[in-house]
Design a protein around this ligand. Structure first.
Ligand SMILES: *Cc1c(COP(=O)(O)O)cnc(C)c1O
Length: 401
């Protein structure tokens, strides 16, 4: 190997010292997981509704595989399957949007949503705590004017919009006015708080800005029967671009964008992530089709999820834990100290509770925590097990009195 190349590999190797491998999961994703042959209570996956183990969904997937097999193809070549169109129609109906386009993940959907529509001379204004895939999407657009507003701070957003408004007076090379995009997570994944979407929409209207929301942790969770954050705030037709993932509450893989038909058709014609990456597989597509059907028939899974979330938070708060200011089932147990979060997670593991630590760079330094996500699959007994483990371990570590 030449010297430059071996120096690179040496550097990579050095950077890996102390890296922790994730725990190996030996079972399906249910209320419990098998790790190292031990049954562990699963308190940190984002299978909000228990759909990863749902019998109806498993049956629908089996049937689809029997009928169609596994793979599809590239959407614009020979890969657009009738199930893809059925799912796009179902997702659009579920979200109350005109149309939807499927992509291979939520990450890809964010890249497609922004890169396809906005360029160098457009202006993008982004919440400081937005997901990494939104940050990458903004980079990919090559927009020169990127602004970040303080998390959910509408005064700051108004300031940035004023600046952006001035910039729109300078026409683009092609003579058009630059577009302004305001982009935000719907439910913030680390804290569980909601974007102040009604205020964002109001400000956007004042400046003619477009609004995009990433509803990854909102679908299947907030809004009527889990229809998402736009439904939660009754803002149908006022949010231009809604991105979703099929990997969280829907327990499969894939992502989508919902919006006006013209916009979605434009993405279908132009989005590089759509044109040059594979379409969803049959099992994923069939799983989500059945998931949407379940949610359209009954709000029960979503109600169960919220009941569990409320119970868990009330009990942990009563014990003296700081559960932050979440407005969703995401339940952070704030610890602050990085080492304490690692230690707490390890001790919980000994008690049979699987809950991973969240620390820098996922959250700012000094804001380490254990993030719990209860699901509709948990019973009261399960939650009580988690609560008593937290009580024991929290006392041992001096987190609670
Ligand atoms: C998980 C998540 C994504 C990525 O979705 P995938 O389908 O897993 O790629 C995007 N945005 C947010 C806010 C997320 O939480």
């Amino acid at each position: 190997m030449n010297a430059t190349k071996s120096a690179l590999y040496k550097k990579l190797e050095d950077s890996l010292v102390g890296a922790v491998s994730p725990r190996l999961i030996e079972s399906g994703q249910g209320a419990y997981l098998t790790i190292a042959s031990r049954e562990m209570l699963n308190m940190c996956s984002s299978h909000y509704l228990g759909f990863a183990q749902d019998d109806r969904i498993k049956k629908a997937v089996h049937e689809a595989i029997e009928k169609y097999g596994i793979g599809t193809g590239y959407r614009t070549l020979a890969g657009t399957h009738v199930l893809h169109i059925e799912l796009e129609t179902a997702l659009a109906r579920f979200k109350g949007a005109e149309a939807a386009i499927l992509l291979s993940s939520g990450y890809m959907a964010n890249l497609a949503a922004i890169q396809t529509l906005f360029g160098k001379e457009d202006i993008i204004i982004s919440d400081a705590l937005n997901h990494a895939s939104i940050i990458d999407a903004v980079r990919l657009s090559q927009a020169k004017n990127k602004f970040i507003y303080k998390h959910a701070d509408m005064g700051d957003l108004a300031e940035q919009l004023k600046l952006a408004g001035e910039l729109t007076k300078i026409p683009k090379v092609n003579g058009e006015a630059p577009q302004i995009l305001i982009v935000t997570d719907g439910v913030f994944s680390m804290d569980g708080d909601l974007a102040p979407l009604p205020e964002i929409v109001e400000l956007a209207e004042e400046y003619g800005a477009l609004v995009m929301v990433d509803d990854a942790h909102g679908e299947g969770v907030v809004g009527r029967g889990g229809r998402g954050i736009v439904d939660h705030f009754g803002l149908h037709g006022k949010v231009d671009i809604e991105v979703g993932t099929l990997s969280k509450a829907f327990s499969a893989q894939g992502g989508f964008i919902a919006g006006k038909k013209t916009l979605i058709d434009f993405y279908k014609k132009n989005a590089r992530q759509f044109l040059f990456s594979i379409a969803l597989t049959i099992p994923d597509t069939a799983a989500v089709l059945e998931g949407v059907k379940i949610l359209e028939e009954s709000a029960e899974p979503v109600e169960k999820l919220w009941e569990n979330a409320k119970y868990l938070r009330e009990k942990l708060s009563a014990l003296g834990f700081d559960c932050g200011n979440s407005e969703s089932p995401i339940t952070p147990v704030m610890l602050g100290d990085e080492d304490k979060s690692v230690m707490m997670s390890a001790k919980l593991f000994e008690e049979g509770v699987f809950a991973t630590p969240i620390k820098f760079p996922m959250v700012p330094k000094g804001a380490a925590r254990i993030r719990l996500i209860p699901s509709a699959a948990h019973s009261r007994v399960d939650l009580d097990l988690a609560i008593s483990a937290f009580k024991k371990v929290g006392k041992e570590l001096g987190v609670i009195a």
